[in-house]
Design a protein around this ligand. Structure first.
Ligand SMILES: [Zn+2]
Length: 61
């Protein structure tokens, strides 16, 4: 399973699953990722340390 926010791998039996009101499943590898997405409302694409942002930076080069 992959972290919804940072894109990192989550080992079986670890991490946290959150179900949004809309029924969307969010999986987080750490409370850091959970906080960034749910509390700080950051987007993976605009948060430097996520896989999504790294991939976006690569494409631009
Ligand atoms: Zn994560």
């Amino acid at each position: 399973m992959k972290c919804t926010f940072c894109g990192g791998k989550i080992a079986d039996g670890t991490g946290k699953l959150v179900v949004e009101k809309t029924g969307k499943l969010l999986s987080f590898c750490s409370s850091k990722c959970e906080k960034n997405m749910l509390k700080l409302k950051r987007k993976p694409l605009t948060t430097a340390w996520t896989a999504a942002a790294k991939a976006a930076r690569k494409e631009r080069k």
